[in-house]
Design a protein around this ligand. Structure first.
Ligand code: SF4
Length: 606
């Protein structure tokens, strides 16, 4: 064995030992391998498999699934540029062009010395401060070409990445344990989540009520999951509690990857204690002893602060063994993703938390009966958990007085796009789209996407509609498009996102979304027809109805909802006089072969 191989083996052994040889920590181990070698060497895959005593194919499967794990060297400094819609609107193209010219490389490649790698990525949760980039887990926001030149000069000079940050003074972002240039942009704190809060009060109240009554109160409050699906939270807790088991789990899903969503980022920055206490209350309610906070890879910069917060809670006996001197013990650990939108889907998240590829499971069984390690598990969004905590503290009647009859309480909105005050707003359910537009000082909105690309895009004539389950349900993303924006480019960006983020398991999602992108591209170049709009609708409905998980079931929405709500716009973009326009060009198709044979691709010249 060469000294290089011996060194690699020794390091892998130490990494695996630091994770106690636990195969469910495989993703943690691979993240560390990536950090050390800037890629996942083939040799490392074998070594990890041997150290964990699991099949090599299992390790390879996980190593090849996540965006932030790479087979090729990703550069000592890896720059990931967000290319989601709001980033493009804010000037990401100019940032990319400057990066390419300063580095002398094209997107997707490294400088010759592998010092700096340049990559694209999808939404990194900074839509209110784009263009944003990640460099080795550190976030840089509102990046300009001038700032690019400074950053590149710093990296070339070998400056540690943390030293290039200009710390924000917005709330906890200024703390040394975060030290980030991210701003909260918390524009409107409300009466529930960002109300005054004292750690421990709600937990004490929960223990006075007893675990059964806690579940009953959450049910009585009418709380529904804030991640988008809107499943009744009390019912979820009740089902988990009723499932026979020798262990249960509480998972907090902090993997908001929907482009346009960033509220959980602010929640974890300013309300981490509340989220952890709420997880503990949930654990008490369903009789679980262990909680997992699944943090998206893009929010790695929050990890030290979150670990510190957990330690502080343990020191105050609000977490850990014998909480508040009772017989109830519950602890929380953090697991991190590595860049995969699909892991926001609860069963994919559970797979990922177990160290596997983030592929959704067949359901039933649902996680409430067979979740993490096949034990009954509740998976809740942090916003849902914070609402549950306040329900326990203030009672279900108090919560029901907020919002509408079928949509009780408040909702956090992540507002981005063409407005003067993008950021996070805590509002009661039932506000109209127009009221929200006024609130954030929108500029000439002609379209609003409610609930992100997987939600619905509405036109001006529908701005009277209300945000609530009775009308426009939403997971929180609220993206504004002003006059002058190109709707087809917006939809194209989002359809490409879904195509690229499909886990590939089922054909309708894997192939259908790719076909929808191609059809849209035909319209964009002027070769679409009215008949093809009908085909797009049919194919879109097919993808939605035959896909296995929420990603495929909502992926065609950017296209379908704009075709429905902007019918005149699309009518002006397609040809009405013919049913089909061929885009096939024989000369183009044979161009590569002709080049190889040193012949002209222009057939008429032959
Ligand atoms: Fe994977 Fe898409 Fe099927 Fe979901 S619908 S399981 S993302 S292929």
């Amino acid at each position: 064995m060469s000294s290089h191989s011996e060194d690699l083996r020794a390091k892998i052994k130490a990494i695996v030992a630091s994770c106690k040889g636990d195969p469910t920590e495989l993703l943690t181990i691979l993240r560390e391998v990536q950090r050390l070698w800037r890629r996942i060497p083939d040799e490392a895959i074998t070594a990890v498999a041997e150290e964990l005593d699991i099949p090599r194919v299992h390790v390879e499967g996980t190593a090849t699934f996540y965006h932030f794990l790479t087979e090729q060297h990703a550069g000592d400094y890896t720059i990931y540029v967000n290319t989601s819609v709001t980033a493009e609107m804010a000037g990401a193209a100019e940032v990319i062009a400057t990066l390419e010219s300063e580095l002398g490389v094209k997107m997707g490649s490294n400088t010759a010395d592998d010092r700096i790698g340049l990559r694209k990525t999808s939404c990194i949760g900074m839509c209110d401060q784009e263009p944003a980039i990640l460099i080795n887990d550190t976030v840089f926001t509102a990046v300009t070409p001038e700032r690019v030149r400074e950053l590149v000069a710093g990296m070339r000079a070998g400056v540690p990445i943390a030293a290039l940050v200009r710390p924000s003074l917005d709330g906890n972002n200024a703390l040394p344990s975060i030290g980030s240039e991210v701003r909260n942009h918390l524009r409107r704190p409300g009466p529930v989540i960002f109300a005054p809060y004292a750690a421990g009060d709600a937990l004490r109240r929960a223990m006075e009520l007893g675990s059964v009554e806690v579940v009953e109160q959450v049910k009585a409050a009418g709380l529904r999951g804030r991640g988008g699906a809107g499943f009744p939270t009390g019912q979820k807790w009740s089902l988990c509690r009723a499932a026979p088991a020798d262990g249960r789990y509480v998972i907090c899903n902090v993997d908001e990857g929907e482009p346009g969503t960033f509220k959980d980022r602010v929640l974890m920055t300013e309300r981490a204690e509340m989220v952890f206490e709420a997880m503990t209350i949930a654990g008490y309610a369903v009789e679980a002893r262990e909680g997992i906070l699944y943090l998206r890879g893009e929010y790695a910069y929050l990890r030290p602060y979150l670990e510190q917060t957990l330690e502080a809670l343990r020191a105050r006996r609000l977490l850990g063994r014998k909480i508040l001197g009772t017989r109830f013990s519950f602890d929380i650990r953090i697991k991190q993703g590595a860049g995969a939108y699909i892991c926001g889907e609860e069963s994919a998240l559970i797979e990922s938390a177990e160290g596997k590829r983030g592929q959704p499971r067949n359901r039933p069984p649902f996680p409430v009966t067979s979740g993490y390690l096949h034990k009954p598990t509740i998976v809740n969004n942090p916003e849902t958990l914070c609402c549950a905590l306040q329900i326990v503290r203030n009672g279900p009647e108090w919560f029901r007085r907020l919002g509408t009859p079928a949509s009780t309480g408040v909702k956090l909105l992540s507002i981005a796009g063409d407005c003067d005050e993008p950021g996070v707003y805590e509002v009661e359910w039932g506000l109209s789209v127009q009221e929200v537009l006024n609130m954030c000082k929108a500029r000439g909105a002609f379209a609003v996407q409610v609930g992100g690309p997987s939600g619905v895009c509405i036109s001006q004539g529908q701005f009277h509609r209300k945000l609530c389950y009775e009308d426009l349900p939403t997971g929180g993303a609220f993206t504004i498009f002003g006059k002058g924006r190109d709707l087809l480019s917006i939809v194209h960006n989002q359809m490409e996102f879904f195509r690229d983020e499909s886990c590939g398991f089922c054909v309708p999602c894997r192939a259908g979304n790719a076909l929808l992108v191609k059809s849209l591209e035909k319209i964009m170049v002027g070769s679409g027809t009215a008949a093809e709009l009908v085909s797009i609708r049919q194919l879109g409905r097919l993808v939605k109805s035959t896909s296995r998980c929420g990603l495929g079931q909502t992926a065609p929405n950017p296209l379908l909802s704009t075709i429905e709500n902007f019918a005149d716009y699309y009518a002006g973009k397609v040809r009405q006089d013919v049913d089909f326009v061929s885009q096939f060009s024989l000369e183009h198709a044979v161009a590569d072969a002709c080049a190889a044979a040193h012949r002209s691709p222009n057939l008429r010249e032959e």
